[in-house]
Design a protein around this ligand. Structure first.
Ligand code: ZN
Length: 242
C-alpha cells in the first residue's frame, strides 16, 4: 500500500495545533471524561484525522494499478516528481482546521455554542444551500481562476500535472484554499446561523465533501460515465474524474 509520509519540515506545521490540543486537555481534566458532548476542538482534531485518512485511502486506492489499471481516466500514473511537488497537499486541511478552531472558540460566532448531535432542519438547509449556492459558486470561481493572471499566478500550480491523484485536491495556493473554504462551508454556516447546526452535520458534510473530492481526483472512473449519461442530474451531486 502506498503511504504518504509527512516530511520533517511539514511536521512542524502540526505544532500549530498546540493550543487546540491544549484546550481539549483542559476540558478533559475539568470534566473528568472525554468532552465529546461539549468540545468542538475535540471534534476538530478527530475530523482532521478522519479527513487525512480519507485522502490517504483514496491516494492508496488510486495507486493500486492491479485494481484500477482498466478504469484509469489518464493512462499515465503519477511519477516521483509529482509526488514530491504535491507533497504539501495537507496545507489546505491544516488551514481549514485552524480557521474552524478560531470560529468555534470566538464569541463573534456564538451559533456553535450548542453541540446537538442531530438536527434534520439543519441538514435540509445545508442541502439546499449546497445545491443553490455552493455548486454554482464553485463553478464560477473555478471559471474565474482559469482567466488571465488569476490562472498564471494562482491556479496553474494546481494543474501542473496531467494525471491527478487524490492529493492533488489539496494541492492549491492559499487564495484557492480560502475560496474553497468559503464555498464549501456556506451550507454549514447557513445551518448554524439559522440555529440548526449539529455535530453530525459537520462530520457528514465535511467528510462527504472530502470523499467525493478525493474520488474525483483519484484518476479512476469509479462510477461509469454511462451512468452519468443515463442520470445527468448526478453531475450536480457527484464530482467525477472524467
Ligand atoms: Zn482548474
Amino acid at each position: 500500500m502506498a503511504l504518504v509520509v509527512v516530511p520533517p519540515g511539514q511536521m512542524l506545521l502540526y505544532l500549530l495545533y498546540g493550543p487546540v490540543v491544549g484546550k481539549v486537555v483542559q476540558e478533559w481534566r475539568e470534566q473528568g471524561r472525554l468532552p465529546l458532548g461539549s468540545s468542538w476542538c475535540l471534534h476538530l482534531i478527530l475530523l482532521l484525522a478522519l479527513r487525512s485518512l480519507t485522502y490517504q485511502l483514496w491516494f492508496s486506492y488510486g495507486n493500486m494499478l492491479f485494481f484500477t489499471r482498466r478504469r484509469r481516466v489518464v493512462d499515465d500514473g503519477v511519477d516521483f516528481r509529482q509526488i514530491d511537488t504535491e507533497w504539501d497537499w495537507d496545507n489546505m486541511v491544516i488551514m481549514q482546521t485552524l480557521i474552524a478552531a478560531v470560529l468555534v472558540t470566538s464569541r463573534v460566532f456564538p451559533a456553535t455554542s450548542d453541540l446537538s448531535a442531530w438536527d434534520l432542519r439543519g441538514w435540509t438547509i445545508a442541502v439546499v444551500l449546497h445545491v443553490a449556492v455552493s455548486e454554482p459558486a464553485f463553478y464560477w470561481a473555478h471559471r474565474a481562476l482559469h482567466l488571465g493572471p488569476l490562472f498564471s499566478r494562482y491556479h496553474s500550480l494546481h494543474h501542473s500535472f496531467q494525471a491527478t491523484q487524490a492529493l492533488t485536491a489539496g494541492f492549491v495556493t492559499p487564495l484557492e484554499s480560502l475560496i474553497l473554504t468559503l464555498v464549501a462551508w456556506a451550507p454549514l454556516a447557513g445551518a448554524f446561523m439559522a440555529g440548526h447546526g449539529s455535530v453530525s452535520l459537520v462530520y457528514g458534510h465535511i467528510l462527504l465533501f472530502d470523499y467525493l473530492r478525493s474520488m474525483g481526483y483519484s484518476n479512476v472512473e469509479v462510477i461509469s460515465h454511462k451512468t452519468f449519461q443515463d442520470f445527468p442530474f448526478l453531475r450536480y451531486l457527484i464530482y467525477t474524474p472524467s
